[in-house]
Design a protein around this ligand. Structure first.
Ligand code: AKG
Ligand code: FE2
Length: 566
């Protein structure tokens, strides 16, 4: 008696969509393929486009061609060095066992000459192998990350690092409208000869995390460059490496040379793939931090983009070519005379907690080039811009479900019937991405979907052409984008992560078994830890791909007049 347990609405939905809840109950075989994520090689720094190239209409190809300029116009990292006035003291707190053995906390004093041999020894003694997140597991794999770590909590710094100056630079370039940013100390990392960390994105700690910060403690090492990539650009940051004693790099002070060392730092948006190249000699000792922005959303939220533009204008140094191209197109009466909606896939991904997706965070939390573009479109051109999540379906079948038995049941009960051939056609069609309705309604959708309540909205699928929205929505999106920009280069990293339900502990005893392995399918995730490893495993916060839906006004309207400019 399986069929009556399936509410008819869900049953008809199941014909078209994944049904993990049923799979978990053993009613259907799970169709999620768990192929191992493809790991990038150390030197493989450019994200490889795996999407089918879209066939954009000729007029719109110019828009895509200008995309690189958006990335180039705004930085994705901030790096520099600073001469400290005082030596840095690091107190290594002895563990309980060691304390009982009479060990004392060890105090390191790191002055101009950097980490001494004895201090390095003490650091190595206190350290343990550094794990990282692979899918949902914390693993130690020296072929991927070879490093030692000392976790925050096992040491105390007496010096305020990052310095106020570092934080100010980071804030003004990376979070210009956040009233306050914070650096949350994560750990000390020690990379000896051969030490490295292959390409990964940093697992977000919550939706206020925008970046990661690395500060190197001065020591002599070679190699160990930090590579950070973003939309085809790669920054190579030596962070004080290169063999010269760190103190030698300080500008020679005349009489009163500062007692402190020179420290190097690099901050980057933490969705950017980065890696630490192998250290060839010496020891590279870093402090890592999560960068959190507080209040960014409130400050520039709502519809007011004016404050946003004033914060990004100094970064831009002129208009974006993408925007002037759009302006030219809008000035052509034959280009979408009725008006349309343009979709733009943002260059960065945004940390969101799946169950707290929130579009009110935008535009305040926008990063780099995305922020610049938003400001230009909304304030510069006066266009209406909506921010929506993009979801990804990896499997090709998206966990789509078809059962002969159930089709028979559907036929007998007047439900829509889909043939197996139709199912196979859908399988091919559903590989790719779909545009969410809004963060809030998608949350509702995903939750109801897993609950079997089945009352969420339907998303719109984006075809491989990147230009089409394929499925009619049960609750139609307000806009339907006919022009897509940026789809191919940005959405190239399929997720390999599944997410466990958070409220397992709330469910009834009886439901426990079936819900235990009831994971969010890759196909429905608001994206995506990606096939790249993270620095931590995480269920809670993921990176979401995000799109702008930009309303392009009809010819002859005042909005079009304003947008096309003089
Ligand atoms: O130590 C570094 O330079 C960065 C290491 C890193 O990427 C991480 O800990 O996530
Ligand atoms: Fe990292």
């Amino acid at each position: 008696m399986l069929a009556p347990a399936i509410p008819s609405r869900l049953a008809s939905r199941a014909n078209r969509w994944a049904r993990p809840a049923l799979a978990a109950r053993g009613l259907v075989a799970s169709r999620h393929s768990d192929s191992a994520p493809e790991q990038p090689s150390t030197r493989h720094v450019a994200a490889k486009a795996s999407a089918t190239p879209r066939e954009a209409p000729r007029a719109e190809q110019g828009l895509d061609a200008k995309l690189g300029d958006v990335a180039a116009a705004s930085p994705f990292f901030v790096a520099g060095s600073q001469q400290l006035q005082r030596a840095i003291q690091v107190v290594l707190i002895a563990g309980r066992e060691r304390a009982s053995g009479g060990a004392q906390a060890h105090v390191l004093t790191i002055g101009k000459d950097g980490v001494s041999k004895d201090d390095l020894e003490a650091l190595l003694q206190a350290a343990e192998p550094a794990p990282f997140g692979r899918d949902s597991e914390l693993v130690i794999d020296p072929s991927y990350r070879k490093a030692l770590q000392i976790k925050a909590g096992a040491f105390v710094l007496d010096t305020i690092l990052p310095t106020r100056e570092m934080l100010a630079d980071i804030a003004s370039l990376m979070q210009p409208s956040a009233p306050q940013i914070f650096a949350q100390l994560h750990k000390i990392n020690i990379y000896g000869p051969g030490g490295m960390f292959k390409a990964h994105a940093d697992t977000p700690y919550g939706n206020s995390q925008f970046g990661s910060l690395v500060v190197t403690l001065p020591s002599v090492f070679e190699g160990g460059e930090l590579l950070v990539q973003h939309t085809g650009q790669t920054a190579t940051l030596p962070l004080g490496g290169g063999g010269a004693p760190a103190a030698d790099q300080a500008p020679a002070g005349p009489e009163q040379a500062p007692a402190g060392p020179v420290v190097h730092f690099a901050a980057f948006f933490s969705d950017c793939i980065h890696e630490v190249l192998p250290v060839t000699s010496g020891h590279r000792v870093t402090l890592t931090y999560n960068l959190l922005a507080v209040g960014a959303a409130q400050r520039s939220g709502g519809h007011g983009s004016a404050p946003l533009l004033s914060t990004v204008r100094p970064l831009a140094g002129g208009g974006l070519p993408l925007v002037s191209q759009l302006r030219t197109l809008l000035g052509d009466a034959s280009w979408h005379p009725e008006g349309t909606t343009m979709g733009y896939v943002l260059q960065h991904k945004y940390a969101t907690s799946l169950w707290e997706l929130n579009d009110r965070m935008f535009p305040g939390v926008l990063k780099g080039g995305d922020r610049l573009l938003y400001a230009e479109l909304s304030q510069g051109l006066g266009l209406k811009v909506r921010v929506v999540p993009i979801h990804q379906n990896l499997d090709g079948d998206g966990g789509l479900y078809w059962s002969e038995w159930e089709e028979k049941w559907n036929a007998e009960n007047g439900e829509p019937v889909r043939t197996h051939e139709e199912f196979l056609a859908d399988v091919a069609r559903f590989k790719g991405w779909f545009v969410g309705h809004s963060f809030e309604s998608d949350q509702e959708f995903l939750e109801s979907y897993f609950d079997g309540r089945g009352d969420g909205g339907w998303p719109h699928w984006v075809g491989d052409s990147g230009a089409e929205l394929m499925r009619p929505a049960m609750r139609p999106a307000k806009e339907v984008a006919s022009v897509w920009v940026g789809l191919t280069p940005t959405l190239t990293r399929p997720s390999s992560v599944s997410y466990r339900r958070r409220y397992e502990s709330d469910v009834e005893e009886d439901d426990w078994e079936e819900r235990e392995d009831n994971v969010l399918p890759k196909s429905a995730m608001a994206i995506n830890q990606s096939r790249w490893s993270g620095n931590e495993p995480s269920f809670e916060t993921v990176y979401s791909s995000v799109a702008f839906l930009v309303k392009l006004p009809a010819w002859g309207t005042p909005e079009r007049e304003r947008a096309k400019g003089a």
